[in-house]
Design a protein around this ligand. Structure first.
Ligand SMILES: *Cc1c(COP(=O)(O)O)cnc(C)c1O
Length: 387
């Protein structure tokens, strides 16, 4: 099966892991420090905190921004459930803003209107989580304007977008947000096995995230609240978690980030091959922002003709049966059984249509022309036959 995405590991990572296994540190140690240094340097942010997943990163990001019971967090329906769950972990309420038809990222006009209405009702969000779907940056400049006007915090769920650029700025530079979160799950742009990170330019957010990932414990003698200043003494100052990344994972990440630009360059080439070879009478492609760089975590293909759920499912299963591991990113959050009761009377039309017109097809830096031709030929054949 050609999965829609997969990791790329070679001897460099294997050697690095062995070296770490023979070292003094297995849990968080010098390799985590080094990986954080490389991440912030790569993204040009001031701070980076590595954790054990993007889900953990989103959670402590919300805590660090002060999200509490009865606060409100907004995100989009078309994202991984973790973008919303982070709010629920803090006892906040979730609301959604639909995506737009052009690039399938958050619809800025809908966002603006919803903010106006919510201000009148005194129901403004404390946090907005935006998602750079498949690596294509959202309209961050407009989001930043709205953030200033309505005074909410912005988390970039950049799980798909390490390596992407927004008007010359790397995603993760946090020029237009409070912080950005990355995932290092094996399907993402680089991997550590499991892992995540929080990037920010805000010293206080960074400080909080660093102690929240390790039980809320402070060990820096200068920052202790009591008079005991002995090396054995530590203080729990916040309710934190064990969300640490370990040095084994970080040593994989260090090798991976060295290859990131190579992966991205190659994926763009392969994506352009799809763009030039899929029949645009049958399929439509996202409208990408020419002033941005999409690191192509996903290659998203949409069927032009309106089809129903049943036909979509049939097409999906037939493509899978030919060994092409397409996937849907995403089944809308408000349609998930767990979230259904919160959104009983809500419709998010574009996300709902997306989930029966679009799917992600295999894309890796080393996918061969032969594999891509097989994918193009078979998907086209199956879709033609069914529409
Ligand atoms: C993968 C992903 C996550 C969760 O990442 P983990 O590292 O698996 O916790 C969160 N949000 C989005 C948009 C993702 O794609």
């Amino acid at each position: 099966m050609l999965n829609y995405s997969r990791q790329s590991i070679d001897n460099k990572e294997i050697k690095a892991v062995i070296k770490t296994l023979k070292s003094d540190f297995l849990t968080q140690g010098p390799k985590v420090d080094e990986f954080e240094k490389r991440l912030k340097k790569y993204c040009s942010s001031k701070f980076a905190t590595c954790v054990n997943s993007a889900t953990s990163a989103l959670h402590i990001a919300c805590v660090s921004l002060g999200l509490k019971k009865n606060d409100i967090l907004w995100t989009v329906p078309n994202t991984f459930v973790a973008s919303a769950n982070c709010g629920l972990y803090c006892g906040a309420q979730i609301d959604l803003v639909d995506i737009n038809q052009k690039d399938f990222n958050i619809d800025i006009n809908l966002l603006e209107r919803k903010l106006e209405v919510s201000k009148k009702k005194n129901r403004l969000p404390k946090i907005l989580v935006v998602v750079h779907l498949g690596g294509e940056p959202c309209n961050l400049k407009k989001i930043y304007e709205l953030k200033k006007k309505y005074k909410f915090s912005v988390i970039e769920d950049a799980s798909h977008a390490l390596g992407s650029k927004y008007y010359g700025y790397k995603i993760g530079s946090c020029k237009y947000s409070d912080l950005a979160v990355f995932s290092f799950h094996p399907v993402k742009n680089i991997t550590t096995g499991e892992g995540g990170a929080i990037l920010t330019n805000n010293k206080l957010i960074d400080y909080k995230c660093k102690i929240l990932r390790t039980h809320g414990i402070e060990k820096n003698l200068k920052k202790l609240k009591t008079k005991i200043k002995a090396v054995f003494y530590y203080e729990q100052q916040l309710l934190g978690y064990n969300y640490r990344m370990n040095d084994i994972e970080a040593s994989i990440g260090i090798e991976q980030i060295k290859k990131l630009d190579f992966f991205t360059k190659r994926k763009i080439l392969k994506a352009n091959y799809y763009i030039n070879n899929f029949d645009i009478n049958i399929f439509s492609l996202r409208k990408l922002n020419k002033d941005c760089l999409n690191s192509y975590h996903l290659f998203i293909l949409s069927i032009k003709k309106n089809i129903n759920q049943k036909t979509y499912t049939k097409i999906f299963n037939e493509i899978r049966a030919r060994g092409i591991g397409i996937n849907l990113h995403y089944f809308p959050i408000h349609k998930q059984p767990f979230f259904k009761k919160m959104f009983r009377n809500n419709k998010f039309k574009i996300s709902e249509n997306y989930s029966k017109q679009s799917f992600s097809i295999p894309l890796y830096h080393d996918i061969s022309k032969k594999q891509q031709d097989y994918i193009i030929k078979n998907i086209t054949q199956i879709v033609k036959k069914n529409i």
